[in-house]
Design a protein around this ligand. Structure first.
Ligand SMILES: [Zn+2]
Length: 301
């Protein structure tokens, strides 16, 4: 396969604006990203469904940022997951994880109850700002998409609409995930309340996105028909499940714990380090321990 074909097959966010400059549209296809997340974290279908949705939402929001600006979505709740976390940047890197809630009773719950009650916090690390911009809203016991739209409206005064779809085929035992797609529409100041209402109603009545035939390599035409608006292409952003962790980064962090802690780890053979964002396992060798401890000897001289 040549490089062009490989590029066409990659997961991407496709960005458009309507010709009247009233709406900005980001459409995501990211089944490889969601599959990779599910494999890394050994997730079942429910875990894949929820993590996939926040991974898609964070990538869609990040697609509207600049350069290496980042967004994180952090849901803390008493539902099936005590934490649901995703982080994405404009250059197409996205990572995330879920923390299960052992006390949750799956047998009495509907899909909406799975999310439970709690908070959703969204933070953005933007150029020119020393501190991240953070907003927190209470969960409203709706869908993850509606929770994010509600956050954008109340905390950032951005009117938007978000739909996403994770499609499984349970007959495929080894890999039931078939597709993961999402659509974020941001309403620009040019659009009026009636147009916003019509668009929201139109999105609410859509069937799941996998029911539509949307060209995976160039979705412009199909999306124009689906949304009943003329779209102009802005850019395509290839995306990957990607974590910037490394053994060296872990070792730098360990130094901040102090010498005694490192000696204790060495003596008790605690040499495994796990990145909770991507579930990568790293192992410290005896040489690594020696190098870490030498640092403190040098510091004392
Ligand atoms: Zn990692």
């Amino acid at each position: 396969m040549n490089i062009k074909d490989l590029y066409l097959q990659r997961d991407k966010v496709f960005r458009y604006i309507d010709k009247q400059k009233k709406f900005r549209i980001s459409y995501i296809q990211c089944s490889s990203v969601v599959k990779s997340a599910a494999e890394r974290h050994n997730l079942d279908e429910i875990g894949t469904f929820f993590l996939g949705k926040v991974l898609m939402a964070s990538s869609l929001i990040a697609s509207m940022l600049k350069g290496e600006e980042r967004v994180t979505i952090d849901v803390k709740s008493n539902g099936i997951f005590s934490q649901l976390y995703a982080e994405a940047n404009k250059v197409g890197e996205v990572r995330g994880f879920v923390v299960g809630n052992k006390n949750f009773d799956v047998s009495v719950s509907s899909m909406k109850d799975f999310l439970g009650t709690g908070t959703i916090s969204v933070s953005k690390m933007l150029y020119g700002k020393f501190e991240p911009m953070i907003g927190i809203t209470e969960l409203k016991n709706t869908t993850i998409e509606q929770e994010i739209v509600h956050y954008l409206q109340t905390s950032e005064q951005i009117d938007s609409a978000l739909v996403s779809d994770i499609h499984f085929d349970s007959s495929k035992e080894d890999c039931p995930l078939v597709s993961a797609n999402g659509l974020l529409i941001e309403m620009l100041p040019n659009s009026d309340q009636t147009e916003k209402f019509i668009l929201e109603t139109q999105l609410l009545t859509l069937k799941p996105l996998h029911s539509y035939s949307i060209n995976s390599k160039n979705p412009l035409e199909d999306l124009s028909i689906l949304l009943e608006m003329e779209l102009e292409h802005i850019e395509d952003i290839p995306i990957d499940f990607y974590c910037r962790c490394s053994l060296d980064k872990f070792k730098s962090q360990l130094l901040t714990l102090g010498k005694e802690q490192i000696v204790e780890m060495k003596d008790s053979q605690q040499n495994e380090l796990i990145c909770h964002y991507c579930n990568e396992h790293y192992y410290l060798s005896n040489d690594d321990f020696s190098t870490l401890l030498e640092y403190f000897t040098v510091q004392n001289n």
